[in-house]
Ligand binder design. Sequence first.
Ligand code: MSP
Length: 522
Amino acid sequence: MSNKDTFFLSTPIYYVNDAPHIGHAYTTVAGDVLTRWRRQRGEKVWYLTGTDEHGTKVQRAAEANNVSPKMWVDKLVKEAWQPVLKTIDAVNDDFLRTTEERHIKGVQKFWELVKSRGFVYQAEYQGPYCVGCEEFKLPGDLNEVAGEQLCPVHGKPVEILSENNWFFKLSEFGPQLLAHYEKNPEAVQPESAYNEVVSFIKQGLVDISMSRSAVSWGIKLPWEDNQVVYVWFDALLNYVTASGFEADKDLFEKTWPADVHLVGKDILRFHAVYWPAMLLAAGLPLPKCVFAHGWLLVGGEKMSKTKLTGISPNQIVDYVGSDAFRYYFLSAIKFGQDGSFSWEDLTARYKAELANGLGNLASRLTAMVGKYFENVLPAPDIYNDEDKKIIELAKNAAVAADQAMVKLDFSSGINQIRGIVEATNLYITEQEPWKVAKDPTQEKRLATILYVVAELLRIVAVLYHPVMPKSSQLLWEGLGAAEVLGELSGQLVSTTFEFGLLPVGAKTSKGESLFPQLADDE
Ligand code: MSP
């Protein structure tokens, strides 16, 4: 019987040839929102991220900067990759660096095992290699431009290698992988990614080098000192070396197989073909889902440092804050599709949806409870049809948001929550509490309207917490909910399917603005 009790989500581990750009932060934010959401469903969660530190690309970056690869990676990881998690407000449970001993040992044990099971042999590799992708390219992968073979992702000529390497018998696993994907269509998502993977496998798999003889910056093959493990066959193993394979049986049984490997679509083949084949070769269970998201584009092309189109997460977070960063990328782009970033769009959405939408709603409510009820949430009277309608709307939206988020349909999930905010703003405009307040005989109606709005905001705070932890926290405090309901992070998503949980008598306060004016508007 399986002991697995933990939802395990991973990001890819990032190359440390350079500092992070928003394309990298995008994956990490998506993972963070999903894991926070799952935690608020009361699930046990383990969120893994890290850095991919070996290989030619990193080695060359270090050489170009006249430092050793180890000095280079140590500096970049400490000064850029680990701090970016804080910048975007991501909370991971582990951060694996492939230069760590626990990983190196695990990788060597894994390949010993696969070799002992007869899936590794020595042969000559001759063919194209893209250092940007760190990938042995297949004939159909390349674009021919003016007689040169270019990598379609990096737009750069490939290098032609001729090396005596060790090979992994990938070709043996085609039928097993096809059977697996036929039986588990949810194992690769979205559907376009699934189709791409299945058709790639159907074309026939060829064996692939699992070692490099011409590279020195890597993990030594346990059976041959002068070769290193091919960087992808080192990196992919992070998912099991971090989760306890060979080192912590208890952790491994609780976490493995991974529930979701989040990846960009450029690294789908590694995750949905090579990785499961490696696991089959080692006799380990396969991950439940590989989800491939799209690219952030600049000028119609993948944003990349190589092409000098990378925007650093700090540039955006310094301007709109980490909450708006998280909200923007997950709501403006459908997860699984490509999307273009523009400052204009970011600013427009910040103002309309966050500052004037949610921010304004929260300040209207706390101002009115302050003015009319001395900051003490009043008891509602009988709900009329308008009240019942919006209560029902919120309930349906909360259920729909939950369904969308667990399917990684973040934009639809956020849309549902935003729908509650918009409907509530409209409700206030229509109910005109400021007019009701003028008639002393209507005090009960005024109390009902404000209670309804406060309660809808409680629901919004809980639902938005995984997406925008900081402003939801401010909202929670403004509602006086922390004192009576406890920590916001402890509120289950299911509490948003119910209405009336915010206790009467909660002490509201008009705290700082949830979404302050942007620097250029002041
Ligand atoms: N080191 C490998 C992954 C190994 S996982 C075992 C790698 N690293 S990477 O730094 O190049 O990319 C990491 C992730 O960032 C990938 O999922 C990639 O798709 C994503 N992105 C890099 N640029 C991107 C955009 N412009 N847009 C969206 N995501 C992008 O590949």
